[in-house]
Design a protein. Structure first.
Length: 224
């Protein structure tokens, strides 16, 4: 089902092609692209992705209920993260009808400021309290067509992290953590930071000084 992509809030950090699937106390979130459309000299602050719920029929001033959230590091200007999947804990909202929105925020040194929101067309109907969630099979979807195979993709990423999908760990790591990987030349790490985001293992291996053994070592350090 299509999502309604509302205009971004004052910045050039944006979400494209979003969907979700709720299964019991977990939610699988898919984002086709998380973009930094600022100049190439820019490095965003740490980004936060959260699924928020608004009571259906409320005005824009209503504070949202956060159902799931994760931080995703920084993105360099004129770069993007592609085909992102997040398997997160889902907090059941109170009983009622809710409008759900996927929201991207940026850390400004003091707090997270909202950058972009994607509102989903179909309302979410909550018929049980948070304490009842474990006993309720509650499956809902709101994803763009064609429907991405979210479970298979998530399982593949989890099983192969450090191998064919290790580049995702490099993309999502904080700059300081990546630059301090032990046993890897500083110039190589700086090059990895400069060239992010990578879209395949092959792209990482094209970086001078990075071979399969070195890549495995880097990913192992980042995913501890």
């Amino acid at each position: 089902m299509d999502s309604l992509n509302h205009a971004p809030q004052d910045t050039n950090l944006a979400l494209q092609g979003c969907g979700y699937r709720i299964e019991n106390d977990r939610i699988l979130i898919f984002v086709h692209r998380i973009e930094n459309n600022r100049s190439d000299e820019n490095l965003s602050g740490t980004l936060c992705l959260q699924l928020s719920a608004f009571p259906k029929g409320s005005d824009d001033g209503t504070a949202p209920t956060v159902l799931a959230s994760t931080t995703i590091g920084e993105i360099k200007g004129q770069h993007f993260l592609g085909d992102c999947y997040y398997d997160l804990i889902f907090q059941q909202p109170p009983v009622g009808s809710w409008v759900l929105a996927l929201q991207l925020s940026e850390w400004n040194g003091v707090a997270y400021s909202l950058c972009d929101s994607v509102y989903f067309e179909n309302p979410y109907q909550s018929t049980s309290s948070a304490s009842d969630t474990a006993d309720t099979v509650n499956k809902q979807e709101d994803v763009q067509a064609p429907t991405p195979k979210i479970p298979e993709q998530v399982d593949r990423i989890k099983k192969n992290i450090g191998c064919s999908d290790g580049y995702l760990a490099i993309n999502k790591s904080k700059v300081d953590k990546l630059l301090n990987v032990k046993g890897v030349p500083k110039k190589v790490l700086e090059k990895l930071v400069a060239e992010r985001p990578f879209h395949s293992e092959k792209a990482v291996l094209n970086i001078k000084g990075v071979g399969p053994v070195m890549l495995k070592k880097i990913v192992s350090e980042l995913t501890r």
